[in-house]
Write a protein that binds this ligand. Sequence first.
Ligand code: CA
Length: 712
Amino acid sequence: MAVKRPGFSAAVIALGLVAAVSVQGASPVDDVRLRSAPDEPENWLTYGGSWLEQRYSTLAQINAGTVARLAPAWSFDLDTDRGQESTPLVVDGTMYVTSAWSKVYALDAATGTLRWTFDPKVPGAAGPKPCCDVVNRGVAFFEGRVFVGTIDGRLIALDAATGRKVWSVQTVDPTKMLSITGAPRVARGKVYIGNGGGEFGGRGYVSAYDARSGKLVWRFYTVPGDPAKPDGAASDDALARIAQPTWFGPFTAYRGGGQVWNAIVYDPDFNQLYIGTGNGFPHNQRFRSAGRGDNLFIASIVALNADTGHYLWHFQETPGDSWDYDSVQDMILADLKMGGRVRKVLLHAPKNGYFYVVERESGKLVSVAPYVPGINWAKSMDRASGRPEVDPAAHYADAPFTVHPSEGGAHGWQPFAFSPKTGLVYFPASENSMYLVGTPKYEYVEGLDTPGIIHGALPPQAAANPSGKPAKGGGKPGGAFGKNYLLAWDPVAQKMAWRADVSGGGVLVTAGDLVFQGRNRSGTLGELAAFRAGTGEEIWKYPTPNAILQAPMTYAVRGEQYIAAASGAGGASILAGGEPAHARQVGRIVAFKLGGIAKLPPDPELAPRPAAPAYHPAAAAIAEGKEHYARLCGRCHGLNMFASNIVPDLRRSAALEDKQAWQAIVLGGALESKGMMSWARYLPPDGAEAIRAYVIDEARKLAAVDAGGGSQ
Ligand code: CA
């Protein structure tokens, strides 16, 4: 079952002989080095650890016998308090890591000492562009250059030695709600990058740029545009021939989806590039494609020729998606022994709740099985083709539908990991449901998320139900945050090996037979934990000031193995309430080693008490403000006022008591540099004051249950 890896044995690493090969002035990171990345485990050369994206390391100095001595080696404070989702790279002793707002840091990997930093100076007005915080998942490295995508859609090449900008290209229309949070990938002299924006309208695409010059080599759009106006792109033929016939209703400039905002995987065995595509837009298929059709290539894996961008095959996981079921989750490339032969396969666990094993060369399904119970958007699954029988009621056309999994998915962007030693895949899985109510009519508003469903219609506040009919589906309405666990999955048998009932982020697995996962501890505070890869027994944990969302990674310097992670709550969890809420704090990179003696900064204080002005707003103003808040504010500050205080919890805002200050922020853009743009063009004249009335009312409610101070 295991891929045979040439190169260093665990014993060599454990004996500390890594230093002999981790020399300064090593050869440039080119295709040869990238292809054999698993053979130099002292480095972490790509987002997923290697082109295979297995997030598996042969380093074994830290193992079940030694992990008790694992302790902080160093930590590095970032200069932003927003979410941190970066996987650090380590190249020959230097760590390259990004922070929120797409900043890049080069650190000494042994000490955390800053070597250089690069700030792309993303305009604050771009802050609301990503659906879920101004996060960045990391850089790519190639031939002495570091590549980063920015929130405002630029792809920038930096000199790895100095951090100096070498070139910069704008990859998206900057007037649109498009953003880059994902890590670029590099192969064959090209940098591959997509973008996000699937909640705001428009078409997804992936682009390939020449790594040396920054020149666009090819672009592939994932959904058809105006049939009368081909793009002149690599995707033209496949869209006309294969995708267009699966769309219905009139073409509009806003309809589409299929954004390539995370997974882009290069397969050297076949010179293929696999991209994962996002949900359809609007989410409600009724307003996207007359309520029918597969709508290719949304919610799919698409294989492209890495050199030309031409279509090779596709595998759609959620035909006609109406549930925000992105298929952008990471993909693992593996050689699995199945039925007496070794098969080159791609492993995928997208939001929709099914685990797929797909043959890489052809895109043919090998096997599929649900990895969580309770899936109800599909009535059944054809195990031979991978085509689901979708429940027509799940499209919430006539009545609400409580869908399982929720829009958060049974597995989000958080990376999974595969150990060739155990043959298991490890990832955070979630059982959760969501109450979906379609809007009676559709109105597209440029710049706002207008999915064709009613925002924040989560029980018990689900009064909004224009049909008046009871919800179908029977999913347990637990909102977007339900039962979570760390799952070990056997991809050959397509069944669970074990599960640990913990809620955490992305995952790393090592030859030390340990699975590492970060998580949150008491709201926005964090913890790093280690589990036995064979059984799931948690055998080590260490508190960190900040929650950890992204997978930890590992590397070695001078014979010492490190486990490192970017820490800082945020991302989609800006919508999660903190219990209790803490003061906002900067994100940090934390690195651990055996016998480390560094001290991590202390936990932050509790959040400021809610503001409770003496002014009593009128009921009508509160009601109006609630509507504006749901439409404009909730996406970042918390739906239904369920706030984590990462993006400020407005009930605790000092500006709440001051009408002039409030207006200066909401209408005047006074805090634009921090990502709070002016919302004047979306509000009637008294709209900002109505929002203030609603928030004051909510602050008063919070203060009433918060007599002890700080807790929520
Ligand atoms: Ca989405």
